[in-house]
Every structure is written in structure tokens, then in C-alpha cells.
Design a protein around this ligand. Structure first.
Ligand code: PLP
Length: 492
């Protein structure tokens, strides 16, 4: 299958090229030429395990990849999850379910894609005839960084450099990244917020001079962010899997529509749900949940996307984002795949910080999505109330989604709330929510939470205490490429 750029001036011959390159050369994002129709396949997928369902979804886009090899790569990737189950569905109440996506090696939903992406990228590069070393550049709001580092550590012919906003990630997230092992990894703090990191990295990708300079050194760039289609496609699978599990447990009948509530930042996770719907999965509404950085809520309500606003640091740092990159892919669909219009809007976003969609486009979008946001206090209250009511501990991101569900969700319709992280990644905030206590130290807060909730502290968290911090470098936001150069040079 070919992949088109959302900005119309690049085309990838197949998925291998789209994944190896990461971002289109015109600054746009690669989108599949068409969406495979799965409506007739749902029934046969009922008896499959997670890896089989994922391999089927992924190979429908990556048709030049060997099917058996892809399946064994999926099996290997998902064996890294607790109980080899990357996406269990937990019943909470009559029509309310939680899709737990945080049982992977780094305890956030990013693992679902980043345990398999190294295979997809290596293979894609080989199939595209890329002989150079691949340098994966990652901008992270906290969880992608660690999941990518873990996925790519010591991968053949690949190096990885992660940029995180100093002060914009939780203590645990930072510690997870800065203690990363492996000979091909680097982690750098950027004095700015996530948007600064993402902009800097995207600039490097589309800078022709930099790309030429790197090529001379035998290096090509790629991305592990959700701007890379290879990150997105494994995420489509868990929407199918959650739906099929509900059919399997007779909570719904095949063909019934269900809603999904997604805690959203860069719009990657929820876009995967939209793609699943395009493939024929019976989804009613996709509910986009934001924290106090509610640029998306406003967009879905008014049709104006405006990033010129105060940036808040919240208790759900992985959603502290004002420029949601993957919205570009939705705009592309919404405008009837009009690349010129999409490009105009994205240019307006980078020049003026805003763009509008038409009334018709807005009402089309509102048929598929609804959107809401949660204030800081409400988020913490949600954690407390949910724990009291159901004995279930939500992390700060999932709590945002749950709160939006309570305000906007249709309680008569089966609804799945996506849970994106283990709560021990944000122990101080969760402890404060449940006990009212302010504890500065992340490990102390974890110990106290353990007493309070009796939920095991994952080894990925407890072992951090004794690991050596390997990375301490921080740079100004306009010096990101200098850090890349230093990394390349010291490695040689
Ligand atoms: C990345 C992340 C999100 C946001 O997901 P997007 O795909 O960026 O919308 C939400 N919650 C957690 C815990 C995350 O790590």
C-alpha cells in the first residue's frame, strides 16, 4: 500500500518507506492511501489472541512485510507484557469498562507500539534499501521517551536520542529515562516544554541541509513519535481487541456500537481509534479528554484551533501539549483528503498559531467526536472518588478521561475508557489525591501508596531507586541539533 503526505508533496511507495522515513519530506505526515475494510473479518478475529489480532491489523497496511515473520515479531513483543496480555479489559460497572494499556515494560500505553516498532523500522529500512545507520530522534512528554529507549536499546544499526522538557515530566518518568542502559542511547533535557521539543525535532527532520550533512556521515533520521505511522498502526489493534473481548464476554453483540474515551495529548492514541472506525469497527463516539491544556476541547466545540494561550504544567504531564501533531491527519480526512487545504491550515498554525475549519467540517467532526476537559482539582477528586467507589486506582491521565466520561459519556451505552499509565509513575499526585498528603520524594510517596492501596509497586519503579543516573545534559531549545551532533561524535 502507498502512503500519501498530508501536505501533498511526498509519497511513500509502501509502508517500509513511510516507517523508515518517519516524517514526509514536505513536513507532512504519512497516511495510508486507503483504509482496509475489516467489517467482515471481525467474526474470525474473535478466537484470536492479542498478537494474532495485532499482526492481522498491522499487515493489512504493511502488505510487503512477510506475514509469518510479522506474527512472530508481534508474539515476541507482546510476550514482554504482564501475563502476555497488552490490553486487558476490566469491567467496572454496568456499561463502564477500562482498557488497561499499561502492563508493558515501561508501564505506559506507549509500550504497545514501541515494543514492536524496532522490528517494523529495522525491517522497513532493510526493505527500502537503507544502508546507513538510523538515528531515531524522539520528543517526549514523559512516556514515549522511556518506552522508545527500552524498545531500541542495543538495536542493530540504530541509535536513539530522546529530548524531554526539563521540569515537564514526573520525577519517576525522568528517572526512568536518565538511568536507561544500552550503548546506543542518549537522553537530553530541553529548557522548554514538550511543544518546544517536538518543534525542534520536527525542524531537524525537515531541514535539508542537516539531512545532507548527516547522510555524508552515513546517518539517516527516523522518528519513534506518533508522527511515524509505524507508531500508530499497532495502536489501532487494541481498539479491535477491546471490542472483540467485549463480544467474547457477551457484554455486547457483534455489530453493537460502543464509545471510547481517550486521554489525549498529541492525538495519536485517539486517532488510532478513528482509523479503527474507518476500518469498520462499530464505534459510536470517540471522546477526546484533555487536561487544563484544553486546546482540543475548544477546537471540537468551536472549530478554531488556537495554540496562543497559557501553557499549564499539570499533574498529567504526558498530556501537557498545545500542538497536537496528529490532528493534521484528522484534518486531512475531514477536508476530503485535500492536501492543499491541510497544508494551508498547518502553515497558518506555524505562522499565526491558529487555524479554523468550516461549519460543515465542524459538524462532520462533531458526529464522530465529542470533547471535554478536566481541571486539576477535579482530576485529583476523581482519583479519590473512584478509589472509594470501586477500589480501583486511576493514574492522573486516566482520571482526566474518567472525569470527562462522567460529564459527557452516555451511561446507557457500553463505554471503554482507555487507561494509559500505571499510577506509580505519578506517585506524589496520586498520594495527594487519595490521602491529602504532600510528599516530595517519589519513592517515599510510592511506599505510602502501597500501604494505602495494597497495589504492588511494579519492579520497573522500585528498581529505579538503586540505578545509576547516566544522563544529565540539558540544552536551550534552539540548541537541540548541537546535542545531536555531540551524541554522534562522542559515539564514534
Ligand atoms: C502519551 C500519553 C497520553 C497522550 O497520548 P497521545 O497519543 O499523545 O494523545 C496520555 N496519557 C499518557 C499516560 C501518556 O503517556
Amino acid at each position: 500500500m502507498r502512503f500519501l503526505s498530508t501536505r501533498g508533496q511526498d509519497i511513500a511507495k509502501n509502508a517500509s518507506f513511510a516507517i523508515a522515513e518517519g516524517l514526509a519530506s514536505d513536513g507532512g505526515l504519512f497516511v495510508p492511501e486507503k483504509f482496509p475494510d475489516f467489517s467482515e473479518k471481525l467474526k474470525t478475529m474473535l478466537d484470536m489472541d492479542y498478537a494474532e489480532r495485532a499482526a492481522l491489523v498491522i499487515s493489512s497496511y504493511l502488505d510487503e512485510y512477510d506475514k509469518d515473520e510479522l506474527l512472530s515479531a508481534c508474539k515476541k513483543a507482546y510476550a514482554k507484557f504482564e501475563d502476555e496480555e497488552p490490553a486487558p479489559v476490566v469491567k467496572i460497572d454496568d456499561n463502564l469498562f477500562i482498557l488497561e494499556l499499561f502492563h508493558g515494560p515501561t508501564l505506559a500505553f506507549k509500550d504497545v507500539a514501541l515494543t514492536i516498532l524496532p522490528y517494523l523500522l529495522r525491517k522497513g529500512a532493510d526493505q527500502s534499501g537503507i544502508r546507513e545507520e538510523i538515528l531515531v530522534l524522539v520528543a517526549t512528554s514523559g512516556d514515549t521517551g522511556k518506552a522508545a529507549l527500552e524498545g531500541f536499546k542495543d538495536a542493530d544499526g540504530i541509535k536513539i536520542c530522546v529530548f524531554y522538557p526539563t521540569g515537564g515530566v514526573s520525577d519517576m518518568q525522568k528517572r526512568q529515562m536518565c538511568t536507561q542502559e544500552g550503548g546506543n542511547v542518549n537522553v537530553v533535557g530541553v529548557k522548554g516544554n514538550f511543544d518546544d521539543c517536538q518543534t525542534a525535532v520536527k525542524k531537524i527532520f525537515s531541514d535539508k541541509r542537516i539531512n545532507a550533512e548527516l547522510k555524508e556521515k552515513g546517518i539517516v533520521l527516523s522518528s519513534a513519535n506518533s508522527i511515524n505511522f509505524g507508531r500508530l498502526v499497532p495502536q489501532i489493534a487494541y481498539y479491535f481487541s477491546a471490542y472483540l473481548d467485549l463480544v467474547g464476554s457477551e457484554e455486547i453483540k457483534l455489530g453493537d456500537k460502543i464509545d471510547f474515551v481517550v486521554p489525549t495529548g498529541n492525538f495519536g492514541n485517539i486517532l488510532a481509534g478513528y482509523y479503527a472506525k474507518k476500518m469498520g469497527l462499530p464505534i459510536g463516539k470517540l471522546i477526546c479528554a484533555s487536561n487544563q491544556n484544553n486546546v482540543l476541547t475548544e477546537f471540537f466545540e468551536s472549530g478554531t484551533y488556537n495554540k496562543n494561550r497559557e501553557f499549564f504544567k499539570t499533574v498529567s504531564p504526558s498530556m501537557d501539549i498545545l500542538v497536537s501533531s496528529n490532528l493534521e491527519r484528522l484534518i486531512f480526512e475531514l477536508t476530503g483528503r485535500n492536501a492543499e487545504l491541510t497544508r494551508e491550515k498547518m502553515e497558518s498554525l506555524s505562522k499565526k498559531g491558529e487555524y479554523d475549519i468550516s461549519k460543515t467540517e465542524l459538524s462532520a467532526i462533531q458526529k464522530e467526536f465529542s470533547a471535554g476537559f478536566t481541571e486539576e482539582e477535579e482530576c485529583l477528586e476523581e482519583i479519590k472518588e473512584f478509589f472509594d467507589d470501586f477500589g480501583y486506582v486511576l493514574d492522573t491521565h486516566t482520571a482526566v478521561a474518567m472525569n470527562v466520561y462522567e460529564n459527557l459519556g452516555d451511561k446507557n451505552k457500553p463505554t471503554v475508557v482507555l487507561s494509559t499509565a500505571n499510577f506509580y509513575k505519578f506517585p506524589q499526585s496520586v498520594l495527594k489525591a487519595i490521602t491529602g498528603k504532600n510528599v516530595q520524594d517519589a519513592f517515599k510517596a510510592s511506599e505510602m501508596l502501597l500501604k494505602e492501596t495494597a497495589a504492588d509497586i511494579p519492579s520497573g519503579i522500585s528498581e529505579l531507586k538503586n540505578k545509576t543516573v547516566r544522563f544529565t545534559e540539558t540544552v536551550e531549545k534552539d540548541k537541540v541539533y548541537d546535542a545531536v551532533k555531540r551524541f554522534i561524535e562522542t559515539e564514534r
